[in-house]
Design a protein around this ligand. Structure first.
Ligand code: GLU
Length: 549
């Protein structure tokens, strides 16, 4: 076969590899400086597993003073969603994991672009032509039917499935045969010509799993499909990681089985492969079972879930860091003020068989985080969150800014602050009744089942309640007052003689609490009453009494 003739027939106008490579000088890196990339396919969905890879990419680059870049792997145009890149950029911005090099809309940062694969066609063609010239790639005209037949034969013979060895029949085509088929307009793919031997093994070093013995690749993988001038992932990422100077590839363990092919592809273009970190799958408990987090079944598989509920970026990153390295939690407890970027990340401390993700844990991390924030800081976060996800509440908190901050301040500056906020959307659930706009939207007490006695309630507010009281005085006065209405301060007395009382003081407070909040659980009642003020209390009281009397 005359490879030169074949290469010119298939890619008459392609650039040479030299011409392409001249555009991509080697990066000037010091030892240990890592170049990493987040290389999502624009499917409109950022999977938590991919985001975990991205976080590791970021940590590796930032902790070594290296480069973290974003590459849009859009070679599969059929799967592409138009707004996908916007979503990806939003996620990166939300978590402040910003790439040093990227291309987005009109912006281009970095000298190794284009960073969008569909704009790199001529680069890939130069490399494919070069492989053809070297006899390492060839056109394959096998039809779907022929390939299916081949697979059936392999299944019957209990052989490995694929296009390899004697099954790779288009390897043998002469130049004349190829030319004739092409002239006749028969569609073809370009296949890589493997030189590997499946019975031979080689040592592959994964930074997570250590040395692994893998069989050599012998599959003639498709590197360019018939209906798409762009290469497949296998080939495109090899060319890109080579030209863009990637030092570490961080990706999910589902790619492990493709490693032999990728290693051979790197060798075929004369490049040293990057170092690899194959992340464990993220798994979760499902009843008694443990299973992979699934895009189909689990909303928490998508990064948009966390943003929509209003998890602070900090909480999600912390939860993922504990997932990435088993010793992160201990380190964080010892160094509570330090950023995750100061943590000595080590791929060898990653799980090799499933990383267990627990929403409960994320919630706890988040509650601890909120407990440390000031009311003003939470207000700022809530403001941003509601602007996007709850515009109605946004308008309300905008109108009542100081009031909202005071609400958020209840039981905050104490030794044991409340830990009932895990996500920004919890705040409305916690305090909706403190906004008349929500309180009077419907019958506020429609879900109250208990039949409360009204004795002394109206009188308490008319005769006793004083907005100016300190908390201590307020409670003493309330106790004293309620005792006139057969409420006792002694639980013991009540238990001994329940008939003689309407209840304990706690019950009296519960009635007021329900009247104010519609629930028998709420933050500090004294603070809530004070914030509502006499007029608003009076209005609620009237409705409450009307309903319950
Ligand atoms: N585009 C591939 C994906 O989204 C990236 C895999 C890799 O990081 O190399 O799965």
């Amino acid at each position: 076969m005359d490879y030169k003739k074949l290469a010119d027939l298939l890619f008459p106008n392609a650039l040479t590899r030299e011409e392409v490579e001249a555009r991509y000088p080697k990066r000037n890196l010091k030892e240990n400086e890592a170049v990493t990339r987040f290389a999502p396919s624009p499917t409109g969905f950022v999977h938590i597993g991919n985001f975990m890879s991205c976080l590791i990419d970021y940590v590796l680059a930032k902790t070594t003073n290296g480069i973290f870049y974003l590459r849009n792997e859009d070679t599969d145009k059929a799967r592409e969603i138009e707004t996908a890149m916007e979503k990806i950029m939003e996620v990166l911005k939300h978590y402040q994991i910003l790439p040093d090099e990227y291309q987005y809309k009109e912006e281009l940062h970095g000298n190794y672009g284009p960073y969008i694969q569909s704009e790199r066609e001529e680069i890939y063609h130069a490399f494919i032509k070069d492989l053809i010239l070297k006899g390492r790639a060839y056109p394959c005209f096998c039809t779907k039917e022929e390939l299916n037949e081949m697979r059936e034969v392999q299944e019957i013979n209990k052989e490995r499935i694929g296009y390899f060895g004697s099954y790779a029949k288009c390897r043998e085509l002469s130049y004349e045969e190829v030319e004739e088929k092409i002239k006749a307009g028969i569609p073809y793919v370009i296949r890589f010509k493997s030189m590997g031997n499946y019975n031979k093994r080689f040592i592959f070093h994964d930074l997570v799993r250590g040395d692994m013995e893998l069989p050599e690749n012998d599959q003639d993988a498709v590197i360019m499909k018939s209906d798409n001038p762009l290469p497949t992932y296998h080939f495109a990422h090899v060319v890109d990681d080579y030209l863009m100077g990637t030092t570490h590839v961080v990706r999910g363990e589902e790619w492990l089985s493709s490693v032999p092919l990728h290693i051979e592809l790197f060798a075929s273009i004369g490049a040293t492969p990057p170092k690899y970190i194959h992340n464990p799958l993220i798994i979760k408990k499902d009843g008694e079972n443990v299973r992979k987090i699934s895009k189909r079944k689990d909303p928490e598989a998508s990064m948009s879930y966390y943003e929509e509920l209003g998890y602070p970026a900090y909480s999600v990153i912390e939860a993922l860091m504990t997932l990435i390295n088993s010793n992160y939690e201990e380190w964080h407890t010892e160094n509570p003020e330090k950023s995750f970027l100061e943590f000595p990340f080590s791929p060898s401390k990653m799980a090799t068989s499933g990383a267990f993700f627990d929403l409960e844990k994320l919630n706890n991390i988040s509650k601890e985080y909120f407990a440390k924030l000031s009311a003003e800081e939470i207000y700022e976060g809530l403001f941003t969150y509601t602007e996007k996800y709850d515009p109605e509440f946004h308008e309300i908190i905008k109108k009542y800014k100081e009031y909202t901050i005071s609400l958020l301040n209840i039981e905050r500056n104490t030794e044991k602050p409340r830990k009932d906020i895990a996500v920004y959307s919890d705040i409305k659930k916690l305090f909706w009744y403190m906004y008349d706009e929500y309180f009077y939207q419907d019958n506020p007490y429609k879900d109250v089942e208990e039949k409360y006695p009204m004795d002394g309630i109206k009188e308490y507010f008319e005769e006793c309640y004083n907005l100016e009281d300190t908390e201590e005085d307020w409670f003493n006065h309330l106790k004293e007052f309620a005792s006139k209405y057969k409420y006792t301060a002694s639980r013991k007395e009540y238990k001994e003689n329940p008939e003689a009382y309407l209840g304990t003081i706690a019950k009296f407070c519960e009635i007021i609490r329900v009247m104010i909040t519609t629930s028998n659980m709420s933050p500090n009642l004294y603070d809530l009453l004070k914030l509502l003020g006499k007029e608003r209390i009076k209005k609620r009281l009237e409705i409450f009494i009307k309903i319950f009397q």
